[in-house]
Ligand binder design. Structure first.
Ligand SMILES: Nc1nc2c(ncn2[C@@H]2O[C@H](COP(=O)(O)OP(=O)(O)OP(=O)(O)O)[C@@H](O)[C@H]2O)c(=O)[nH]1
Ligand SMILES: [Mg+2]
Length: 522
């Protein structure tokens, strides 16, 4: 068997986060290109002919947005990089938050024309809470971009972290030529290529040279040199320990679409991102070097492959080593289970593996046993803190269009609930028509689309007026007409139409306890 400690030390597990559309999936594809994992990059254009490794779902390709996180594993030099691409849209942020549980660091993309956007801010806070360090990339420099100093200042002001540029952009929009690498003091000039599918040709030049001065004009060249001098004098030196402690974020510039600056960024991820870190569990701290195998499910996805139609649980390995065929304990059910088919995952592709180590994300075929948040161990009862669950704000009754509650209808609802695409409630009066609850509109659309395309069940949705969910903290039920429903773990929740209705109900009902999050499952 491979040397376990060396195997752990060579792994890097990283999530890509940003506001929608900043270019995460495009960047993921380009990191795969530059690491040699794919030989030509696909594109996220939306429409029939687009495809990338991480946006492998048909609905993602049609719309040009990511609706689900995906995992890619690449080897580069001695290192093994697990890249987890996340959806930016807030309707899918539960998935993104869960993915952040499975990584040791994050890369944050900003659209250089827009700076720090609303969703960036939220995701940054989640990284902070998780205690994971962040590398920043200012993307879309091939479009008109904001002044680099202004962007750095915005990161510092809005996110409260020192932003330290490691590269610097030369020009922007059509005049974007390349980047200056502050560490080597070299200027890398890139060439645009048709289709951007292959690496961009690059030449190394002198930032102070006459050639560049003539090309961009004296004024721009003077400003560039002044900016660089300012950066050298005013911005603190980069220090990896400070980055690991989240006291600073190193910043890189480029354009994912034209492949400018990608190689430096990939190298930075490999040089800086931390190896697998310990996790806090109910059984204390579990370190990667611990002998006992511990892993947890951060995501479940059904029907990844039309030929198999099975459910894959994405498992992050925390400690020990994993061997194909091993028997593991599933503490939530108390059952032992043999893990016969572990997969290495690359977008929608999968390949059986014989062993895996802390830091790895592997796929296990899910016999309906594993749920998001479950741990899998060798013998201990280690459990992770609860995974985030958002209170739904949109509700609908869901009917099969055929009118018959068939087996495939029930299976679709059950599996998509298990994945977290929807939450399911039932009315406490025993009405069998399920109520779906979601955080955003796009989730409902995804649900309907997948029911039709993966389970061959067209559905009808009857929207309801409720916009708030509160769980009951005691047996006291509301004295008003607000309905009590049962969630998928058997807990009672109340649906309201407005904050006003919540206040009114509280006033009317003595001893009523309303919780914004579900109480711990018993
Ligand atoms: N001009 C320009 N466009 C880019 C760049 N990177 C990505 N795009 C485009 O921006 C759009 C969104 O890109 P994606 O890679 O899908 O962005 P994303 O962050 O993955 O989006 P979500 O996953 O839906 O949040 C696509 O049309 C890309 O072609 C870039 O460097 N320059
Ligand atoms: Mg995407």
């Amino acid at each position: 068997m491979a040397n376990r400690s060396a195997e752990i030390q060579r792994r890097r597990t990283v999530a890509i986060i940003s506001h929608p559309d900043a270019g995460k999936t495009t960047m993921t594809e380009k990191l795969l290109l530059y690491s040699g994992a794919i030989h030509a990059a696909g594109a996220v254009t939306g429409g029939k002919h687009s495809s990338t490794t991480s946006d492998w779902m048909e609905i993602e390709q049609q719309r040009g947005i990511s609706v689900s996180s995906s995992a890619m594993r690449v080897e580069y030099g001695d290192l093994l990089l697990n890249i987890l691409d996340t959806p930016g849209h807030q309707d899918f942020s539960e998935d993104t938050y869960r993915t952040l549980m499975a990584v040791d660091s994050a890369i944050m993309l900003l659209d250089a024309g827009r700076g720090v956007q609303e969703q960036t801010l939220k995701l940054f806070k989640v990284c902070r809470d998780r205690g994971i360090p962040i590398i920043t990339f200012m993307n879309k420099m091939d479009r008109p971009a904001r002044d680099p100093l202004e962007l750095l200042d915005e990161v510092e002001q809005t996110l409260g972290i020192t932003a330290i540029p490691r590269t610097w952009p030369i020009g922007n929009g059509p005049d974007f030529r390349g980047i200056y690498d502050r560490a080597t003091e070299q200027f890398f000039e890139f060439e645009r290529t048709v289709g951007n599918r292959y690496k961009a040709p690059v030449s190394v030049g002198d930032i102070r040279g006459e050639e560049l001065r003539a090309a961009i004009g004296e004024l721009a060249h003077n400003k560039l040199l002044e900016d660089l001098e300012f950066v050298d004098h005013v911005i603190p030196e980069f220090n990896r320990d400070e980055y690991l402690k989240e006291a600073c974020t190193p910043v890189y510039w480029g354009s994912a679409i034209t492949n400018f600056g990608i190689e430096h960024f990939l190298q930075a991820i490999l040089d800086l991102a931390p190896p697998p870190q310990p996790y806090q569990t109910s059984a204390g701290t579990v370190a990667p070097s611990d002998e006992e195998f511990v892993g947890f499910v951060y995501k479940v996805q059904a029907n990844m492959n039309k030929a198999h139609r099975d459910r894959i649980s994405f498992v992050r390995i925390v400690s020990g080593s994993f061997e194909r065929g091993m028997t593991a304990l599933h503490p939530r059910s108390g059952k032992e289970t043999k893990l016969t088919y572990p997969f290495e995952i690359f977008g929608r592709e999968r390949k059986i593996i014989d062993e895996a180590f802390p830091g790895d994300v592997i796929g296990l075929t899910n016999p309906g046993l594993f749920q998001v948040g479950d741990t899998i161990t060798q013998r201990s009862k280690a459990a992770l803190p609860d995974f985030p669950r958002f209170a739904p704000e949109i509700f609908a009754k869901v009917w099969p269009a055929t009118g018959s509650f068939s087996k495939s209808f029930r299976k679709g609802i059950e599996q998509l609930r298990e994945e977290g695409v929807i939450q399911i409630f039932t009315e406490s009066d025993g009405n069998p028509v399920p109520l779906v609850g979601v955080v955003g509109e796009l989730q409902l659309e995804l649900f309907a689309w997948r029911m039709e395309n993966e389970y061959n069940e067209k559905i009808k949705l009857e929207r309801m007026a409720y916009t708030r969910t509160r769980w009951l903290g005691s047996d006291v039920r509301p004295a008003t007409a607000s309905p009590v429903v049962i969630d998928d773990k058997g807990r009672q929740a109340v649906l309201f139409k407005s904050d006003w209705e919540i206040d009114y109900t509280i006033q009317r009902t003595e001893g009523l306890q309303l919780l914004e999050k579900p109480p711990h499952a018993s």
